[in-house]
Design a protein around this ligand. Sequence first.
Ligand SMILES: *Cc1c(COP(=O)(O)O)cnc(C)c1O
Length: 433
Amino acid sequence: MTDSIRFTLPAAEMPDQWYNLAADFPEPMPPPLHPGTREPVTLADMSAIFPENLIEQEMCADRHIAIPEPVREIYALWRPTPLLRAVRLEKALNTPAHIYYKYEGVSPAGSHKPNSAVPQAYYNQQAGVKRLATETGAGQWGASLAMACQLFGLECVVYMVRVSFEQKPYRKLLMQTWGATVHPSPSPATTYGRKVLEADPDCSGSLGIAISEAIEDTVNTPHTKYALGSVLNHVCLHQTVIGQETIKQMELAGEEPDVVIGCVGGGSNFAGMAFPFIGRNLREGKKCRMVAVEPDACPTLTKGDLKYDFGDTAETTPLLMMYSLGHNFMPPSIHSGGLRYHGMAPMISHACKLGLMEAVSYPQREIFESAVLFARTEGLVPAPEPSHAIRAVVEEAVKARETGEKKVILFNLCGHGMLDLAAYDVYLSGKME
Ligand SMILES: *Cc1c(COP(=O)(O)O)cnc(C)c1O
């Protein structure tokens, strides 16, 4: 064996701080607005649904925030995660490029989501909260929060987008195994859910609707707060353990990435990988490209408008300055449930607007073609969401073959696809649109 392909960090090298890109933005982000007054939201406005310690983190501009010890103790169950070089994929593509991937599928829930679920459950428990309500698309976030709530002794109720509830029964079972109550959304459990069902009894649901239901549940139930799995600043912040570890692992590999690639739904896994690299670009003048990849069917960054919009369908959240397809956008039922969101993290939106990153989109069948190529060369079966990133990696690697450029490509393999095999079935049997 000549080259190493696996770069692991010792446990002691797990980050003890989260990195906040807000401290390095060349221009400050536009604040979230109260939908009634159109004034910047205050801590008091948000305290109906979030605990104060997380609201403070949401508004914090410090570059580094210490990771509490009880959170690090749980992170240690799967962190630091491995960085691998995809030499067999490189060979299959006959490319001079070097391809690296950070693998977040080793967490108990199989994705990056526990990186934020664990601190969110911890801060809520510290604030005396007894029960968390949330929404979930593909079920990755609901499963992660169910696990985190269990570890910190909180109850968990999840509103799961109906199309995923039906397509992905195993994620629902995972949530129930971790003790959560799961409702298909739209559900008869909330006034808003009943209203949507009345208008369309077959409604397949959306994250926007599920968020509205979870917020309604929160404000109507004592000792309950709401948790969001993506989009918000504190979620992007928690995910930065990914990129911080990767910077150290690329040093072990003795290379610098020329391009960093990730898929974007609400933006958290991409933020987690890319923000520490964007921070280095800004502070040290490095020139690493950042590419976010989204589905053609939900093209928030590539086709959406940058504007103040609601995070949910019922217009209950603060107005966020973000790229959006409109809060009433009903995404088609594609198999990447985690990428079916009308909006985008305000931090990602701001980075895009400032030209600190780029975005591309691909159709579903090309995504699965690349996913199968990856599984057949590297062994791991990727989730449909990060298969968007793999599609862009393949394109970069093929370009490198044509130009002979020895570029270094890095991507975030943010989850495995072992619970998404029904989607592979549709693709492999030739039935995918
Ligand atoms: C939730 C999820 C996504 C999309 O959410 P982001 O906040 O954009 O990361 C992507 N991939 C996986 C595996 C997910 O679970």
